[in-house]
Design a protein around this ligand. Sequence first.
Ligand code: TMP
Length: 205
Amino acid sequence: MTTGRFITVEGIDGAGKSSHLEFLASAIRARGAEAVVTREPGGTPLGEKLRELVLHEPMDGTTEALVMFAARREHLVRVIEPALARGAWVLSDRFSDATFAYQCGGRGLDRGVFRTLESLVHPHRRPDATFLFDLDPAAALERQRAQSRTPDKFEREAAGFFGRVREAYLDRAREDPARVRVIDASGGIEDVRARLAEAFARAFP
Ligand code: TMP
């Protein structure tokens, strides 16, 4: 049995991270490991219900952060920990860094409080590697506009919000550079994929 690894991908809306999940899953399978691809908010039946609410219902910022952490606890207990225990590699489209970026950076909530909450919700678990897709908010907005679906509550935020989210993500990368690997997400999808492949190989030699 292989040793499980926990990998997360992060970035502002429109940075393009989700289009690389299948590529990462294939890279994991190529090593002979099981890949569990999941997401936050979501990843469990209850988490997906909470996702619907938090992405579409107006709510107070602190309420929003608490819902994210509630969904995260379910995700951790029901999906992430069991998969890691059987030796699978878990690939999650977002995790706690997103709360620090969106709710603390974007909405201005206090980080210290959520550090405490983080230690309650996942005391012994941190991602082994996080790939942060970094892109200028104006370019991300252009990419989002190219998609035809109706934007959710977050996607309708102004560029200033995404500027703060981006900076908060980069702060997380500066705090923990061994874990958070910043990928330049500008340019074509193939260029970004090549940068990601290089970062993945460096993270898991
Ligand atoms: P997605 O569009 O990448 O699936 O993410 C859903 C939205 O939820 C995205 O706009 C970011 C937001 N989000 C937060 O605000 N805080 C969180 O903790 C998480 C996990 C997501």
